[in-house]
Design a protein around this ligand. Sequence first.
Ligand SMILES: Cc1cc2nc3c(=O)[nH]c(=O)nc-3n(C[C@H](O)[C@H](O)[C@H](O)COP(=O)(O)OP(=O)(O)OC[C@H]3O[C@@H](n4cnc5c(N)ncnc54)[C@H](O)[C@@H]3O)c2cc1C
Ligand SMILES: NC(=O)c1ccc[n+]([C@@H]2O[C@H](COP(=O)([O-])OP(=O)(O)OC[C@H]3O[C@@H](n4cnc5c(N)ncnc54)[C@H](O)[C@@H]3O)[C@@H](O)[C@H]2O)c1
Length: 441
Amino acid sequence: MEYQVKNLIIGFGKGGKTLAGKLANQGEPVVIIEKSNQMYGGTCINVGCLPSKKLILQGEQQVPFPEAVHDKNQMTSFLRDKNYHLLADQDLITVIDGKARFLADHLVEVLQPDGSKINYQAERIFINTGSTPFMVPIPGLAASKYRIDSTQAMDLTKAPQHLVIIGGGYIGLEFASMFQHYGSKVTVLDHNNVFIPREDRDVADAVYHDMIAEKIDIKMNVLIKKVNQDIITFEQDGKLHTITADKILVATGRRPNTAELGLENTNIATDQTGSIVVADDLQTTVPSVWALGDVKGGPQFTYISLDDQRIVVDQLFGKKEYKLSDRTLVPYSVFLTPPLSRIGLNEQDAKAQGIEYKLFKLAVAAIPKARVMNETRGIFKILVDPKTDLILGATIYAVESHEVINLITLAMQNNLPYQILRDQIYTHPTMTEALNDVLKD
Ligand SMILES: Cc1cc2nc3c(=O)[nH]c(=O)nc-3n(C[C@H](O)[C@H](O)[C@H](O)COP(=O)(O)OP(=O)(O)OC[C@H]3O[C@@H](n4cnc5c(N)ncnc54)[C@H](O)[C@@H]3O)c2cc1C
Ligand SMILES: NC(=O)c1ccc[n+]([C@@H]2O[C@H](COP(=O)([O-])OP(=O)(O)OC[C@H]3O[C@@H](n4cnc5c(N)ncnc54)[C@H](O)[C@@H]3O)[C@@H](O)[C@H]2O)c1
């Protein structure tokens, strides 16, 4: 069977689902294809941000792990159902279960769960297929029955006694902190010789020492030689070591979901990482085929996928002004306890780029709300341009930093001098009000 459609979206991720709603609001019909009925709404709500943050919070609140997993599952199934109906209940939107694959530039085949196939010839195609965990080629790792990914880690029936995590990036550190709260002994193995290398050393040292103080074992500069089921052999400082794990969580990055998309049948180009190559307006190398979110490479965050959708909508229905190159400020938060958040430049970037800066720094212990919350660890660092008074960047390692960072981003985005944040009336007691003090000359 072959259908002609105006808009075809492959993947029910953040960008794709939001775009589907916008297209329908413009009176246009849309077909959206999703390969798994457990993934309506995409990675974030089902197996990514929201379930992990729910488990992190419940771990901090000392909820027993099985209960926390149960609550997490209730939340994800509620959100999945809500997301499905938000689209499927609209007259102009058709949600199709099935795996999509290109047969030609504008021709897509969908393999449905019952084995039947439908073809769609589409005027416009939007690829939003996300990413999948990348399996490092360590001998024996793929065959180990102790190996899990982040999705499986969040569905365990009990917290492992000894969790070994390969990779000390976002997932590795967030899950290390989370499982430590559920009572697991946690060891993190990372091949980098520097811990969280993109951060300033004083901040990284503070995070490292706080994690070590919580008995999380972090081993850097590690070369993993082999995995024999639950035994991991690695080299560090020229010596061979072995450790035994109840579970081995592989958190060594995620790669775009392009391998099974049939792109070899098209003129859609990918780069050496498998990411779809896009222009500044997010069109691929085939006109009227766009890529949004993780699948196009670059930062892998839900809010990037959402913002990609803004670029596409602006091309289709707006002033055609908003482009990828306009997105210069992207904040992030690593949800440790306490969280580490960042926007713009830090000291090491400023020095490397020869940018002059004035540094404002405050220990979290000086903030009343931190005392109220019994979480006095961490630091605020804000860099300001001494000539213009504009904020160059901020790193906040502090409880609630994931909220405060958004206010600083807003100030930077709107070119507000730092004095505006310094002299603002803030509610009390809050972590935000620390900006009154941290920015004092
Ligand atoms: C454990 C974890 C925690 C995270 N925490 C955060 C966080 O706190 N904050 C944050 O911003 N980001 C976080 N992320 C990253 C974030 O989840 C992703 O960047 C984001 O979800 C990517 O969205 P997307 O729109 O690109 O695609 P996705 O949401 O991944 O959607 C892609 C969809 O396409 C479907 N699909 C794939 N191939 C096909 C095909 N051939 N045919 C049909 N359908 C297909 C998939 O099933 C999926 O539903 C986290 C990720 C993980 C794994
Ligand atoms: N809070 C958030 O926004 C959040 C949370 C979780 C995930 N995410 C997203 O998910 C993506 C994937 O997360 P991730 O942690 O898997 O990837 P990552 O790129 O953040 O970290 C991967 C880590 O694995 C290490 N590594 C790679 N190969 C290794 C090897 N052979 N041996 C030992 N260590 C090795 C790297 O040095 C790095 O520290 C991230 O890029 C992030 O954007 C975001």
